[in-house]
Design a protein around this ligand. Sequence first.
Ligand code: ASP
Length: 422
Amino acid sequence: MPLHKKILIALVLGLFFGIVANLFNWNPWIKDYIQPVGIAFIRLLKMIVVPLVFASLLVGTASLNDLRKLGRMASKAMIFYLCTTAIAISLGLLLANIFKPGSIIESSQKSTVIKAVGNYPSEELIQPQSEPNIVNTLLNIIPENPLESLSKGNMLQIIFFALTLGISLTLIPGKHSKPVIELMDGINQAMMKIVVLIMKLAPYGVFALMTAVFSEFGFGIIPSLFSYTMVVFLGLVIHASVTYSLALKFFVGYSLRRFFRGIKSAQIFAFSSSSSSATLPVTMRICQENLGVSKEVSSFVLPLGTTINMDGTALYQGVAAYFIAQVSGLTLTLGDQITIVLTATLASIGTAGVPGVGLIMLILVLEAIGLNESSISQGIALILGVDRLLDMCRTVVNVTGDCSCAILVNSTEENLENNSNK
Ligand code: ASP
């Protein structure tokens, strides 16, 4: 049986087993014996993210024979990421305006839901956030100490350093640059081998992760938040199936069958881990092996996308902001909704793809539309109960967006090269 089928079966079994465990209250047992397997699996993936990104990007940049290509790839990726993020939030807001998910919830239900929420993500994280500032965001890309960036896994700083080092390697004599590039190439290849080995463990890891999440999940909350959950879910499905399909078909005529078949494993990893950053090694592998994206493009576009491209998160923020505003009795004007689009787009830049981060960025958005502190904390508490489930779904869309951008950049670069060779 092919590996991706085994992983899919593990996902479904884990989901059912988790639900049964929740019904029979087996949580403590699951926590002690099954959850550690899932945690070990995620840690294995995270272990290779930094060396993989650094080594592959360095080798990719150092072997570029035309530095202008780097500039072109960066601009195309940035334009794609920013446009699709803005489309995603607008879609979320449009659906929220149509379905008005907050109008159904009553105040008695509100307090029941708030009381019932679990502790995901931890409450100390939900503090008032400071406004996103473009200058600081840009300044923060330049590392003061690259070793610190590597040890902390600060993705934008790692990208910046790898690019600078890669470019400078092309500018010094080959006798000095060659050993460095060969060493990094060896590391890169070994990291890719580790991804293949970890993938073999994926059925166990995915089963454990799904069981752990669903055995803890408070299903009782879903009916009260049903319309909110459904609006987010509908938006995510539309964005993943329509927006990216249109972009791929319209701009580069890419086969959608190949796309959706090829990205399955990355989507399953994203769903079970809720982290586009932990999924990155798998995303890089499937882009190179199933989708035909070159190493050069995937090693640059995907780490960048994991950090700055979060369409699923942005869409969810649009709906959540509308929902919380409605429940708090605030009617959003068109101006407020434009503020949501701008703030959520900006807030998504430079935020790592880890579980629950979308909820934290949502606080910025809520502050920007003028909600007071108590409405914000009540609103966040209200949606917290279904956040893990929505996080899993939005992470799938985040990863799908990264892959479609990689294909778009790759295909346009290939076309350019073919034309100039004619
Ligand atoms: N978990 C998401 C990701 O890793 C981010 C979020 O929406 O919280 O892409």
